[in-house]
Ligand binder design. Structure first.
Ligand SMILES: NC(=O)c1ccc[n+]([C@@H]2O[C@H](COP(=O)([O-])OP(=O)(O)OC[C@H]3O[C@@H](n4cnc5c(N)ncnc54)[C@H](OP(=O)(O)O)[C@@H]3O)[C@@H](O)[C@H]2O)c1
Length: 240
């Protein structure tokens, strides 16, 4: 992928930042976002050319789409938008404020950005929208109910947009990126395995976007776990 105009929502750290670093060195023009302006500025200073920054909270849905419009103006167009912004908390005590915060970001903020991008690409007649969901969205989780439920929402929402894109008969692609564990502070599960280095995850994500995949598991071996998760009967799953 080179010479594309790309927005990454949530590129101040983690997977989004790694994606941004790889994509800018491949000669793409990037718009990067996040709430921590200083980290976005650091990134821009490090890579200087072809980076535009915008600092806003996607939970603020009354202003989020306006920020996106302005960023596209700066980039001079848009080919690909990747939503990496998300939050995951263990919440065994079911503290509602914690659950509500995840719902506001992973559901409401996510939908606000996805809808804007889909409508933009539809009007333009082409474009690629990608969202980072999670393997956690495939089944429920007693440790992190809202995280798994909000990631399930993202998986279904992206699938809905894939179907919608197909029926538009335009050159629109929607990709669901479904990671297992990636080595960032977001990986908070008490039991972790197959934890991918963040650069490896970013490389595999870019490869999947290049191939215009509908769904990709990161790293690829997580496809096996996804299959197992789906097959496992509820009477066994609830005992885990
Ligand atoms: N790491 C894993 O093991 C793993 C596994 C499966 C799925 N995922 C998913 O991968 C995505 C990226 O996670 P990560 O591991 O890279 O975590 P991360 O380092 O915490 O990155 C999250 C990014 O989202 C941005 N963000 C958070 N809240 C935001 C808000 N309200 N408005 C705008 N931007 C916001 C953050 O920027 P600011 O804080 O500057 O706003 C940051 O750039 C998440 O959706 C996560 O659920 C991660």
């Amino acid at each position: 992928m080179t010479g594309k105009k790309i927005i990454i929502i949530g590129a101040s750290s983690g997977i989004g930042r790694s994606l941004a670093a790889l994509l800018v060195t491949k000669g793409n023009i990037l718009g990067i976002t996040g709430r921590r302006r200083a980290l976005l500025d650091d990134f821009k200073n490090k890579y200087s050319k072809n980076i535009y920054t915008s600092s806003f909270d996607i939970k603020e849905t009354s202003t989020c789409q306006q920020y996106l419009e302005e960023l596209v103006q700066q980039l001079g167009g848009l080919d690909l938008l990747i939503i990496t912004a998300g939050n995951g908390e263990i919440n065994e005590s079911l503290d509602f404020s914690v659950e509500n915060e995840m719902i506001a970001l992973n559901v409401t903020g996510f939908t606000c950005v996805a809808d804007w991008a889909f409508n933009f690409f539809q009007q333009q007649g082409y474009g690629h929208l990608a969202g980072i969901s999670s393997i956690a969205g495939l089944r429920g989780s007693r440790q992190a109910p809202a995280y798994s439920a909000t990631k399930a929402y993202q998986i279904r929402y992206l699938e809905s947009l894939q179907q919608k894109a197909f029926h538009q008969q335009k050159r629109m692609i929607v990709t669901n990126i479904c990671p297992g564990f990636v080595d960032t502070p977001m990986a908070k599960s008490p039991v972790k395995f197959w934890v991918a280095p963040v650069d490896k995850a970013a490389k595999q994500i870019i490869q999947a976007l290049d191939r215009k995949k509908s769904t990709v598991y990161i790293t690829h071996r997580w496809k096996m776990i996804a299959w197992l998760y789906r097959c496992l009967p509820s009477f066994i799953y609830k005992r885990l």
